[in-house]
Design a binder for this molecule. Structure first.
Ligand code: ZN
Length: 182
């Protein structure tokens, strides 16, 4: 298989002990074939990497920031939002250390002589994971109208369960208020 050219890599030899901060600015189109356009990313992508080097590992935190173009799930109006994502990775040198690792964190073994770490795929994953399940308008009164119109209708829409939750939540709050007063 053809190996895709690496875009974002950490030159481990240039890292000093302690915290290193690396900034990358790239374009979504640079990540060809990595599904970023489908996720709504078409413009500039800002990546900040913090690499903390110690004797037995390099702890990497990837922070991404990019504008995603999408459509409101409720009224279908086009919306553009700055989405930020973060991912923690741990590159460990030794194999002897049988530490209990947090299952949520990602540990990878590398040789101490490794010259660079390619994090292009991880940056893509961070971006794609930063896209929320639902994207709705924030300051669009028309969208609110659309929402209430839809709720008053008899159609079963995806929005209905959420609205129901909100109502029961408000009811609980009212009950709580009353119980405090009594
Ligand atoms: Zn909307």
């Amino acid at each position: 298989m053809h190996k895709e050219k690496s875009l974002i890599e950490i030159r481990t030899s240039t890292l000093s002990e302690g915290i290193n901060r690396l900034d990358f600015t790239c374009q979504a189109r640079d990540f060809e074939g990595r599904r970023l356009a489908e996720a709504g990313f078409t413009g500039a992508i800002t990546v900040t990497v913090t690499a903390k080097k110690s004797d037995d590992e390099i702890a990497v935190t990837i922070n991404t920031s990019a504008v995603a173009d999408s459509a409101c799930d409720r009224c279908l109006a086009p919306i553009a939002k700055v989405l930020t994502g973060t991912l923690d990775l741990f590159y460990t040198f030794g194999t002897s250390l049988e530490r209990e690792h947090d299952k949520n964190d990602e540990y990878r073994h590398i040789e101490k002589s490794t010259e660079y770490i390619d994090i292009t795929e991880d940056v893509c994953d961070t971006l794609i994971l930063s896209v929320p399940m639902k994207m709705t308008c924030t300051n669009n009164p028309d969208c609110r109208l659309f929402s209430s119109h839809e709720l008053s209708g008899s159609r079963e829409e995806n929005e209905a369960p959420q609205a129901g939750q909100q109502t029961s939540w408000q009811e609980s709050l009212e009950k709580l208020k009353k119980s405090i007063v009594n």
